[in-house]
Design a protein around this ligand. Structure first.
Ligand SMILES: Cc1cc2nc3c(=O)[nH]c(=O)nc-3n(C[C@H](O)[C@H](O)[C@H](O)COP(=O)(O)OP(=O)(O)OC[C@H]3O[C@@H](n4cnc5c(N)ncnc54)[C@H](O)[C@@H]3O)c2cc1C
Length: 339
């Protein structure tokens, strides 16, 4: 079977590792960034169990080796309200090292790996040369057909890497606002990520400036900007078009409210490995839609927040489980309404 994997983010790197290890012949990979210079703009926060599980599945190493910091609690603010709450098994981890290790193990086993060139559906890759082309290009969805109006449902995010003499918070800080949220995640050696994103407006820029201004002496050492697609899987069909199949954010696995996308992208890649392995590609779309029901609920909640509908927020928000933070029903009532 001749397989092309386009995009070596978290989903593509995992697939590369799993498929190469399972001795699929003729694997070709294409990644737009240069090797080892992949800009994985992301808060590097994930669930510890997921990290362990997928590290084990790929045999790269122990998930523990990638952990930078255990996140014990979250400071959550919305308007004037602020609480401190426990987190769910959350960690920050070195995403670049995790991806590079998954890739390095497998790259020797593939037929050809091309880094530094973006390929597109219509050119750069000859579609009929492969039995299967995997679109793991994230929200660019470079191989599958684009979704009309998708840009409207993508939040623009900016993230700073900041060095502090004294970290302003010892754990995660999250500020919710109507059209998006701001996150602060401490790493180590005085470094922290401070990022924010919003849908429909540029509120995230003001929130970022005010956080930086009000939280002590700091040095900005890096800044990057990226879109995050908030469309759930049901709005990203078809996942399969001829010999092209999508995975990860390309088919809507990122959680629309929390923005959590690492563990879901890995899970979708695992489902795809299963379907390829069992020769059951016709099951793939159904399995993805079933697995990612949370994304559908969160999507409805985000829509209600944007509309400013308190009833909609309560209806769709109360049943939601946040990936990283634990909120009691009382706290949810206080925070999930759109202010
Ligand atoms: C600012 C920000 C912060 C985030 N923080 C977190 C977080 O803390 N925790 C979390 O769980 N999730 C977070 N996310 C979401 C998470 O990063 C994504 O959901 C996840 O990375 C999606 O994985 P993926 O493999 O599907 O796509 P991506 O990680 O986007 O990977 C796509 C890959 O495809 C390559 N590519 C794209 N187009 C082409 C092309 N035409 N040809 C070749 N290669 C191509 C890209 O270079 C990239 O390497 C964040 C997202 C953003 C934007």
């Amino acid at each position: 079977m001749k397989i092309a994997i386009v995009g070596l983010g978290v989903a593509g790197s995992y697939l590369l590792n799993r498929l190469a290890r399972e001795r699929y012949d003729n694997i070709y990979v294409f990644e737009g960034h240069k090797k080892c210079n992949q800009n994985h703009l992301c808060g590097w926060m994930t669930n510890k169990d997921a990290l362990d599980k997928y590290a084990f599945q790929t045999d790269i190493d122990n998930g523990e080796d990638y952990i930078i910091r255990n996140i014990e609690k979250a400071y959550v603010r919305s308007g004037e309200k602020e609480i401190i709450t426990k987190t769910r098994n959350a960690v920050t981890f070195s995403k670049p090292k995790f991806l590079i290790d998954m890739q390095n193990y497998a790259l020797d086993l593939v037929d050809n790996a091309s880094f530094g060139t973006r390929v597109q559906y219509s050119f750069g890759i000859q579609r009929d040369r492969y039995d299967l082309i995997i679109d793991a290009t994230g929200n660019r969805r470079s191989m599958l057909r684009l979704i009309p109006g998708a840009r409207k449902h993508a939040a623009l995010c900016r993230q700073y890497t900041v060095r502090y003499d004294y970290l302003p918070y010892d754990d995660v800080f999250i500020e919710l606002f109507r059209s998006g949220y701001l996150w602060y995640t401490p790493l180590k050696d005085g470094l922290a990520f401070i990022g924010a994103g919003s849908l429909e407006d540029h509120a995230y820029l003001n929130k970022l400036s005010s956080f930086l201004e009000n939280n002590g002496k700091h040095e900005i050492i890096d800044v990057s900007q990226k879109l995050i697609s908030l469309l759930p899987p049901s709005k990203c069909t078809p996942f399969i078009d001829g010999n092209i199949v999508g995975v990860g954010e390309a088919i809507g696995t990122t959680r629309p409210f929390g923005g959590e996308g690492i563990a879901p992208a890995l899970r979708s890649a695992e489902i795809l490995v299963d379907c390829i392995h069992g020769n059951e590609m016709e099951e793939y779309e159904h399995r993805i839609l079933k697995e990612f029901k949370k994304q559908e609920k969160e999507w409805k909640y985000v829509q209600a927040r944007l509309r400013g509908s308190t009833w909609g927020c309560l209806r769709h928000g109360m049943g939601l489980k946040q990936p990283y933070i634990k909120l009691s029903p009382r706290q949810k009532l206080k925070f999930l309404r759109s202010d």
